[in-house]
Design a protein around this ligand. Structure first.
Ligand code: ADP
Length: 490
């Protein structure tokens, strides 16, 4: 049924992407999203570890300097006031210090000792921030990292009997730790670059794959939209896109079945309408062309034309009923006494039964009230009883029975007729399907009666089933919801 399309499975459809489609594409949004995420991650990776290491290094410097300064300050606490001599004396037994420069000042900030012999500031005032802070009785630490090395200074007060008598100030410059930090920075930059490149490559591959797969799906949708209902999307994997493709294929399958049904229906309907129209045409031509035609023949032909017109009316009425059912329109829900309907129909159809030599009987359980439209019950019973009479043999019988069961009204029409072959049973409810076309036509059938019955009961969530033995008879059972007290109150 599909159109003659060239196969192009697996190819993305949107090849000549315009800027505006690219601008709004999922791929661009994903790319931007990932790029932003990576930028933030790299920024964090390049700043946070460096700041942490800097901090750690300053702390280790601070402890080292403060410990040494404490040692010196403690060795100086014995003197009441500091002089260059007492300082020399106190420093004598101390080991070599692991600092670049040591300053010791008195309580006024005058340098008493300077370890830097070359550029000694002994005899001068050293009122740096650290010294001033120490002379005020506080421990002070200053650190700086200028890219190449760490410079740090720590100052501690020298206390004698709770009085500040001087200050110890240590300076250090650590180039090796600075170099270490710089190396770390360099390594982080390199890693960032490698990560960045790897992510870019991976992302490009991933987004390309995603775009291709979405393209396959999109291509499939477009082809089906263009009417190629036989097209199915094939996609490998187990992810959501595969599920989407499977759902789409199932949807297309249903669409294909519906389309096929629709086409068959239109062709069957046209065929059914054409037959009576053709006989009308033939009969009118015969009357018009034969100038010698007598009155009795003319009456006979006009009678036949009337029959063909009746048939057309019957078909169009059935089609209209089916259309109404397709749209899901109920004629409204009301309490319908199905027994009264069954009796009325049996009375109405008894001439037909008599003509066919068929005995029409009823077995009706009292107080069977269905909740549906009266016309719908009429439609169901009429079609089933008419069929039971039509597809019967002289001397046969038809039994129409009703009973209530589990909140449902059950309508049963059993006959001792020709029966239905097993292979035809699943198809008899299809529109225009007939087991014996000639017999159905001769009996005035349209092949729509049972589909109307099925669609009607389904409208009320009921069902219709059939049991049949070829040559012995059939029994059709239709169920409708029973009328309950609550519905009455509602
Ligand atoms: P039709 O207008 O031809 O009767 P239906 O839709 O009512 O169309 O029925 C479809 C076909 O099912 C009939 O053509 C007939 O072959 C078969 N059928 C229906 N009811 C019976 C029955 N009671 N006994 C035997 N065959 C039946």
């Amino acid at each position: 049924e599909g159109l003659p399309y060239p196969r192009e499975e697996g190819q993305p459809v949107a090849k000549n992407k315009t800027w505006s489609s690219w601008k709004n594409s999922l791929q661009l949004r994903l790319t931007l999203g990932y790029a932003l995420l990576i930028a933030v991650l790299l920024l964090l990776m390049n700043t946070y570890p460096l700041l942490m290491s800097q901090n750690l290094m300053f702390r280790s410097q601070q402890t080292a300097l403060e410990n040494q300064a404490l040692l010196i300050a403690n060795s100086l606490t014995t003197a009441d006031s500091l002089t260059p001599e007492t300082v020399e004396q106190a420093l004598g037994p101390l080991d070599e210090l692991d600092v670049q420069r040591l300053l010791i000042t008195d309580e006024a900030g005058l340098v008493l000792y300077d370890s830097d012999q070359a550029d000694s500031s002994a005899g001068r005032y050293a009122l740096t921030g650290a010294v001033v802070s120490a002379l005020e009785g506080n421990n002070a630490f200053f650190g700086r990292y200028d890219g190449g090395s760490f410079t740090s200074s720590a100052a501690l007060p020298v206390m004698t009997r709770n009085t500040v008598v001087g200050a110890v100030c240590l300076f250090n410059e650590d180039a090796s730790q600075g170099a270490l930090l710089q190396q770390l920075q360099g390594n982080l930059r390199l890693i960032s670059l490698v990560v960045c490149l790897a992510v870019l490559v991976l992302f490009a591959a991933f987004s390309n794959l995603l775009a291709r797969r979405v393209g396959v799906l999109l291509g499939g949708i477009r082809r089906v939209r263009a009417g190629e209902y036989t097209h199915r999307v094939t996609m490998k994997g187990h992810d959501e896109l595969v599920q989407l493709a499977e759902e789409f294929n199932q949807l297309t399958g249903r669409l294909q079945a519906t389309e096929a049904r629709r086409r068959r229906f239109v062709s069957d309907a046209s065929h059914e309408l054409k037959t009576p129209l053709a006989s009308i045409r033939l009969l009118t031509d015969s009357i018009l062309q034969d100038e010698t035609i007598d009155r009795a023949t003319t009456r006979e032909f006009v009678g036949d034309i009337g029959q063909a017109a009746d048939r057309l009316i019957h078909i169009s009425e059935s089609l209209l009923s089916l259309n109404r059912l397709d749209e899901g329109q109920t004629v409204g829900r009301e309490p319908v006494a199905v027994n009264a309907q069954a009796e009325k129909l049996c009375r109405l159809l008894s001439p037909l039964a008599e003509e066919a030599g068929v005995r029409l009987e009823t077995a009706l359980e009292p107080d069977c009230v269905a909740c549906c439209g009266e016309e719908d019950v009429n439609q169901i019973l009429r079609n089933l009883i008419e069929n039971a009479i039509k597809y019967n043999s002289p001397g046969g019988h038809v039994l129409v029975s009703t009973h209530c069961q589990g909140g449902q009204v059950v309508l049963e029409v059993a006959d001792s007729g020709v029966g239905i072959p097993e292979e035809d049973l699943p198809r008899i409810f299809e529109r225009f399907y007939r087991v014996d076309k000639a017999r159905s036509r001769a009996a005035g059938g349209t092949g729509l009666g049972l589909s109307i019955v099925l669609d009607t009961v389904r409208l009320y969530d009921g069902d219709v089933t059939v049991q049949s033995t070829l040559g012995e008879g059939s029994c059709f059972t239709a169920t409708l919801p029973a009328w309950t007290q609550e519905e009455g109150e509602a």
